[in-house]
Write a protein that binds this ligand. Structure first.
Ligand code: V47
Length: 354
């Protein structure tokens, strides 16, 4: 069966098919990705009103792509106190923000106890805030530091009030690339294992992929297929988030910087390959707002949120440091022909802006 017949029939795509999709022209590929997106979500595009909090940038690991952590190129280490984090959460809650997204560097002074205290306190004082916190990379780091199993760490997170896990730290699963760009970070197998354990506890999470650096198309497809297999084993990924590599102020040099067509193709392919993950997020902080709008026509149905403060990608050159105002966000979505839908962190619809 040729690839177009397979797309027409909706049959599950194998590795060879997925790679062949890159050879289709962008409009043919887009047509099929859009068809899936519209079957699932019509013209709706989801977002939430959230606030990112990054408590420290002091990190024991050295990921070559990271411009956020304090190092020779970023000589500005910081560490929030618990009071700092609580003040941000209070301010967010008072302004109607629904989710705090807490991710950080791997700092030995901030152990699991530190996060558990702060998260339980946020939950106690501001019960309406959904807490999305701690990537699988952090779970691995905190478990190792505290000599706990992943299972014990995840249980403590749940007890403290973490409701969902973000998708960071996945980077690219191919071991040779991973060893070069983020040596020492959680392994691909353990990243997947942590998410599967989390899902088996009835909880949801996201999955990212960092692309546009030294990886090849094959590595992106391999990454998607490992996620699809994991979702088959223990479902719980709500969204796949392809993060476009930002190249400023870091140690990962590449000549492979991607153009818009390759980015859109990758988003479209993810929609077609990941037939068991409901949402594909065009993360505007790395894709840019303009390309994120176009990506809605190529399979993406989610735009993350208004973000407010973004420290990780903006350190590497993205124009996302101050988030988006809700008004601007809604205007751009509406004028691009989509229906903005404010969602909560678990994709329940809160408000449809028709
Ligand atoms: O894992 C670091 C990425 C991630 C760069 O789950 C970079 O809803 C691009 O995971 N260029 C953390 N990306 C952020 C993250 C995330 C963001 C938004 C929503 C969700 C979610 C998760 O940031 C890291 C890493 O892959 N990152 N440096 C860079 N130079």
């Amino acid at each position: 069966m040729d690839i177009i017949d397979k797309l027409e029939s909706g049959e599950r795509l194998c590795e060879k098919d997925a790679l062949a999709l890159y050879d289709l022209d962008i409009f043919t590929l887009g047509k099929y990705a859009k068809r899936v997106r519209e079957r699932l979500w019509g013209r709706k595009v989801y977002f939430n009103i959230n606030r990112h909090i990054n408590p420290t940038n002091i990190c024991k690991d050295v990921c070559k792509f990271c411009a956020f952590s304090a190092n020779r190129k970023n000589p500005h280490p910081y560490k929030y106190s618990k009071e700092d984090v609580l003040a941000i959460a209070k301010d967010a809650c008072e302004r109607g923000i629904k989710e705090v997204h807490i991710v950080s560097a791997h700092n030995e002074e901030h152990d699991l106890r530190w996060y558990i205290d702060i998260i339980s306190e946020i939950k106690k004082r501001f019960p309406s805030l959904h807490i999305k916190a701690l990537t699988a990379a952090e779970v691995h780091f905190l478990s190792t530091l505290g000599r706990l199993s992943y299972d014990e760490t995840l249980d403590k997170m749940i007890e403290a009030g973490v409701e969902s896990m973000p998708g960071g730290g996945a980077e690219i699963f191919a071991e040779d690339i991973r060893a070069y760009i983020c040596k020492g970070k959680v392994s691909s197998a353990n990243w997947l294992k942590i998410h599967e354990l989390w899902h088996e506890k009835g909880k949801f999470s996201n999955a990212t992929m960092l692309f546009g650096h030294i990886e090849k198309r094959e590595d992106r497809i391999d990454h998607m297929l490992r996620l699809r297999a994991s979702q088959d084993r223990a479902a719980g990924f709500n969204a796949f988030i392809p993060l476009v590599y930002q190249r400023d102020n870091n140690y990962l040099k590449t000549d492979n910087f991607l153009g818009s067509v390759e980015i859109l193709k990758t988003i479209a392919i993810s929609r077609l390959v990941l037939d068991n993950i409901p949402h594909i997020k065009a993360y505007w902080a790395t894709a840019t707002m303009n390309l994120a709008m176009v990506a809605q026509e190529f399979g993406a149905d989610d735009l993350d949120g208004t973000i407010e403060k973004e420290a990780i990608q903006s350190a590497a050159g993205a124009k996302s440091a101050d988030g988006q105002s809700l008004g601007d966000f809604l205007d751009v979505i509406t004028t691009s022909g989509f229906i903005p839908v404010e969602r909560d962190s678990l994709y329940n619809e809160l408000k449809v802006y028709e």
